[in-house]
Write a protein that binds this ligand. Structure first.
Ligand code: MG
Length: 381
């Protein structure tokens, strides 16, 4: 069995209203980079790369740098191909766009393996610990730069009404505004709903510690990306100073990038993104390393239905950490912000029922990609 073709679809659709913001930027369009791998027997695999506004660059890496190394190779030799591509690009590609490109390739290879084996990816990963995964609502971004409290309260209540028991909101706008916003949301949803905060690395360690202490009484499940991803010492300071779980890792790549974060116990929860950190192959290695240091793994998810389903298979395959009769169950990040591409790229997006999502049981990823939609919306490089 041989790979005969690889195509990349770079998609971008503006958001209708003024967009939404977080501590680093405003988002006014949603993008996606989808990859298709074709084999000589007609089996097709699909993957997705975490891309923000760098779709053209990732498309070029896939089509011009990685594709020549994959044509004619056996798509079932996933580890061999992963290693070859990583080593070929190592001198310039250990983090960032090259690894995102490799992630999309890796997910598509797993999709092919599943289709050829007639098994869902979660079975190929060793089986599923959970048949369905509880989602947490990611939303509560900035809409109004001045005072967002009424928007945030309405949005938070809408998630609770949809059945979500876990919500994550953005902080990183300055201490006074953060305290005002988080307090308003906590008061609106009550004490029985789990609430997490995410600063998207807007603070230095001193400021993050001050914020965490001010918000301690609001019973937060975790404080995500309090400091810059490069600042491992800052993470250690924050984690030692605060009596709350610290999460991070969405801007980190491969097991080599996660090594210090995990082995120095800089976080309580690691958040690799399967579409960015090296795909399912590397995600598994990172999760194994995290578990070896008794650290939970709750992946970051920010893509279309393709990335969401790949993450779903991955999360369902992770053993509870720590194991227990009544363990802390895993969570699937469900980005609920406006995203015109999210569900449209497939014909059968995963259904969210009362905040829960079932793991697909058909072969591979278990999705049918809407190729007509991809062709219609792809940007020409
Ligand atoms: Mg985040």
């Amino acid at each position: 069995m041989k790979i005969t073709d690889i195509q990349a679809y770079n998609l971008r659709i503006p958001i209708d209203d003024q967009g939404f913001g977080f501590s680093q930027k405003w988002v006014k369009a949603r993008t996606a980079l989808i990859v298709k791998i074709v084999t000589e027997n007609g089996t097709v695999g699909w993957g997705e790369a975490f891309c923000h506004d760098a779709g053209h660059a990732i498309e070029a890496i896939i089509c011009e740098t990685l594709k020549p190394h994959l044509l004619g190779r056996n798509p079932l030799h996933i580890n061999v191909l992963w290693d070859h591509l990583y080593n070929w690009t190592k001198d310039y590609g250990q983090k960032g766009l090259v690894i995102s490109a490799l992630s999309a390739i890796d997910i598509a290879l797993w999709d092919i393996l599943g289709k050829v084996s007639n098994l869902p990816i979660v079975t190929l990963l060793g089986g599923q610990f959970f048949e369905r995964i509880q989602g947490y609502a990611t939303g509560l971004y900035m809409r109004d730069a001045e005072d967002d409290r009424s928007n945030l309260v309405d949005e938070a209540r809408s998630y609770v009404d949809q059945g979500f028991e876990h919500l994550k909101m953005k902080v990183g706008y300055g201490l006074a505004k953060d305290i005002r916003n988080v307090t308003a949301v906590r008061e609106a949803i009550g004490s029985n709903i789990h609430l997490m905060i995410d600063a998207n690395h807007a603070y230095d360690a001193t400021t993050a510690i001050r914020l965490g202490k001010e918000l301690f009484h609001l019973n937060l499940d975790w404080f995500e990306e309090p400091v810059s991803p490069e600042d491992i010492d800052g993470y250690l300071d924050v984690r030692k100073a605060l009596d709350m779980a610290i999460a991070g890792g969405e801007a980190e790549f491969t097991r080599f990038g996660f090594r210090r974060l995990i082995t120095q116990r800089a976080v309580d929860i690691v958040q690799p993104d399967i579409c960015a950190t090296g795909g399912l192959t590397e995600g598994r290695r990172i999760a194994d390393m995290a578990r070896t240091w008794h650290i939970r793994c709750i992946p970051h998810v920010w893509g279309t239905a393709i990335g969401r389903v790949a993450s779903l298979h991955f999360i369902a395959s992770l053993p509870p950490t720590p194991p227990a009769l009544f363990p802390q169950e895993p969570l699937l990040e469900l980005d609920l912000t406006p995203h015109p591409l999210r569900d449209e790229v497939v014909l059968n997006p995963p259904e969210v029922v009362d905040g829960w999502v079932r793991v697909p049981q058909s072969p591979g990823l278990g999705i049918d990609v809407n190729e007509a939609f991809l062709e219609k919306h792809k940007l020409i490089r």
